[in-house]
Design a protein around this ligand. Sequence first.
Ligand code: URP
Ligand code: ZN
Ligand code: ZN
Length: 488
Amino acid sequence: MADYNLVVRGGTVVTASDAYRADVGIIGERIAAVGENLQGERSVDAGGLLVMPGGVDTHCHIAQLRPEGGTDEESFTTGSAAALLGGTTTAISFSTQFKGQPIRDTLNEYRELARASAIDYSFHQIISDPTDEVLAEIPGLVEAGIRSLKVFLTYDTVHLDDRQYLQVLSVARRTGALVTVHCENYDAIDWRARALLADGRTAPKYHAWSRPEIVEREATYRAIALAELVDQPIQIFHVSSAGVAKEIARAQARGVKVWAETCPQYLTLTAADMDRPGFEGAKYMCSPSPRDVQAQEGLWDTIRRGTIDVVSSDHSGFSYHGDLGKRSNGEDAPFTNIPNGLPGLATRLPLLFSEGVAKGRIDVTDFVRLVASQPARIFGLTRKGRIAPGADADILLWDPTRKVKITNDKLGHAIDHTPYEGMEVTGWAEAVFLRGQLAMQSGKVVAAPGSGKFLARDAYDLIKPTGRLADGFDAAAMAVGPSGKRLV
Ligand code: URP
Ligand code: ZN
Ligand code: ZN
C-alpha cells in the first residue's frame, strides 16, 4: 500500500545538522515523512546522491526596473530557470523605490513581472527616499508579507544618509520588518573616485581602488551602531573580507541582532580579475569589490566560526555585449559609468560546494545551513530550507562527485557570460523538485514559467528587537518622520 504520492529513495539526506541514509515521503506539496522503506505511488532513485533542501537565495536582482523605463536584462523566466539549473527553488528579489515615487505601484509592477517565475519568490523593498509619505506606506507593505526592507549606504541614486537610515530602522522596528544593508561609505567612495578620474585612472580595475575594504568596514560599523541605537535587527549584505566580518562578530558577541551574508564572488574572485586585458575586467566588477586571496581565506574562517550565516548570489547580471550591459556606455567608459554586478544564480551552489565541501573547508551540513536553512530562517520563509515533515517538498538531488566545467551555455540566464567560464567544479545539481513537482532534471528545466508562488512572510520571533535600548528611551516609538511631524 502506498502511503505517499512520491518517495525519494535511497539517498543521503542532508540537513543543517545531520547527514544520514533515509527515504523522503511526499504527499501533495509537502514532505510528510523522512524514514526507512517508505512506499509511494511513484519513487525516484536517489542512490549515490545527496538529498538536500532546495537552495534559498535571499539576495538576487531579477527584472529590476530601470529609472528610464523597462527592466534589466534578466527576466523572471530566465532568472528562475538559472536558479533551478543551479539547485535553487526560492529567491528573494527586490522591489526598488525610485526617488519621488510611492512604493505601492512599483511593488505591484514587480509582482506582475514575477508571475513568470518557475520558482517561489518574495521581495525585499528598497527604500531610496524615506519621506513621511513613503514611511507611512511601510506598515501596509509589511502586513502584505514584504517583511524585509533594503537600504544602500552608497550609490548615487539610492544611498541614504544617517538620518534617513535611522528613519527606516525606526519604522522597521515599529512594524516588525528586518532591514538589510549595503554597507559602503558613499562620500568616501565619491571622493576617491573623483581623485582617480582626475588622475586619468579610469580603467575597470580602479573600481577596486575607489572602494578599499576600509570604506566597507566603516559603513558596516556605522550600520550596526545605528541599528543598535534603535534596537532594530539587521542583515549585512555581501561581506567581502574577514576585516569587515570582525566588526559583525564583535556586535554579535555583545548581543546585537545582526546577521551577515557573503557571496561566492568574494570566495573565488579577486580585485586582480578587474585588471584583465582590454575591457574584460568589467565582467568582474561588483560592489563591494572582490579583494585578494588572503581576504578569501579570512572569509572561510569567519564562515566556519558562524559569523556569516548566509551565502547568497547577489545575482545582478549585465551582459557584456548587449545595449543595457557592461559596455552600454562604451568601452572607454570610466569605471564609474560601468554597471556593477555579476550573474550568479546558477553558480552559487556549485561554487560553494566545490570550493567549500569538496576542498574540505566546510562540512556538507554547513553547506545546507548556508545556502538554504539559515536564509530561510532569517527571512521568515517558514516552510523552506528544511528536509522535515511539514516543510515544502523543495528537494535538490545533488551529485557530490560529478566534475563539471562551468560554461555559460549550462546556466540558463539571459546574460551572455559568466565570470566563472572554464572553471572546473566538483558537485552538481542532478534534479530539483519544487513543492513535490519535478522542476529540473539533467540540465533541463521542466517547470513551466509561472509555476512559482509569491511567498507572503508573516511576523516571526527571530527578528523581534532585543528590548535593550541604550538609555531606555525608545525614540523609534515616537514615530517622528523626517518632516518633524508624527507619522500617521
Ligand atoms: O555590484 C553589485 N553588488 N550589484 C548589485 C547591487 C548591489 O549592490 O547589491
Ligand atoms: Zn549591494
Ligand atoms: Zn545586490
